[in-house]
Design a protein around this ligand. Sequence first.
Ligand SMILES: Cc1ncc(COP(=O)(O)O)c(C=O)c1O
Length: 466
Amino acid sequence: MSFVVKMNGAQNNGIHNNGTNGNFMNGNGVHHVSVRTHVSVNPAKLKSSRPRWTVRPSEMSKKTLNPIRAIVDGMKLTPNPEKPMIALSIGDPTVFGNLPTDDTVLQAMREAIDSHKYNGYAPSVGYQKSREAVANFYSCPEAPLEGKDVILASGCSQAIELAISVLCNPGDNILVPCPGFSLYKTLAVSMGIQVKHYNLLPEKSWEIDLQHLESLIDDKTACLIVNNPSNPCGSVFSKEHLHKILSVASRNCIPILADEIYGDMVFPGCDFQSLAPLSIDVPILSCGGLAKRWLVPGWRMGWILIHDRNDIFGSGIREGLVKLSQRILGPCTVVQGALESILNDTTPEFYQSTITFLKSNSEICFSELSTVPGLNPVMPSGAMYIMVGIEMEHFPEFQNDVEFTERLVTEQSVFCLPATAFEYPNFFRIVVTVPEEMMIEACIRIREFCARHYRPRSQDSHELDQ
Ligand SMILES: Cc1ncc(COP(=O)(O)O)c(C=O)c1O
């Protein structure tokens, strides 16, 4: 019979055992002891109770699904060899090199490295100085913030993960936008949290269908996720609409996770309003980061801003966030070291020129595609995306948006993400960060593709009659 005795490192050190007396120790400090026993044991049973190799993926890993990967990996993406590929699918503004970050941002990083001060571990929630820098940057009289209200995280993704993890238990449900960023569902489902999709209304610039939203709330609803400005819609909610969302949350006592990673990335004439300053009573975890506005998604710097003026979260949620952050340390310390300067020294002209570019590309794309029969683009007001509706009845060769976008690659080498990836069939999403000439060329090819496959309805029925 074999027992396993765990030994700590100190006991382990210096003990050499060659196993001659039936005992031996492996390199991990696990001590196997063979003993004679007086109990008679059936050798067959003994054999069957021995451990076997049964290494299987965990339930959590099996429940983890990124719909974008699942859909894209299942698509036959063979571009037309005669046309260079144009990928309008990737939400990474750095891929084409046309949108570099600000020099100040790079300089701040160089200085952080050269200081040699940021090579070690930081506290799990981030350096106090860096937390204070974020607090000062976002603090306003209506929603004041201090360093203690900021949790730094590895990108906005980890901020969202921490926020969901601290607010929800398995069996609870969360309310997420449809169409919406797929990570919310990926994370929630893997944690045993149910996802309920509330509708956004394309005809109302993707405002939330508030009645539908409220109808989904039940005793198990632990959190409402609001993404503004939106991926994939590029929509920006008005102050009035945000007030109405807050009323629903307040009436039903539901905390909000506000995903504001595209905060302030709005086109001129449109006003970005952060949710927290408008809230009187609803507690809000506002998630953001450097990825989009500062154009450095690979630097993995994100944060949670804890807004809890009525002390509804209390110390429990704060302590919960600290504990969760201790599982795996958050963002890279060099970026933390550069953060204060990144936030305070980046020039307004940098932000402005990004927005000017995104608006101009969105307008090109919108005006080109809105005259293509069978397509209905919805003009965005911010972020980096434009959603385009497909009148599927006019494209009878294709069953759905996935087939439509797949063939667009085969024939025109243009790849747009089918909005089925956002739980929103019959649309596709275009990323507007690509260089202008690529955007123009992509629109020309999309037009050509649609002209080739478009069937007017009268012709359809005429053909059917024959
Ligand atoms: C709506 C939304 N939230 C969060 C994220 C994640 O941001 P990060 O790269 O900082 O993890 C993204 C990234 O595309 C996003 O679109």
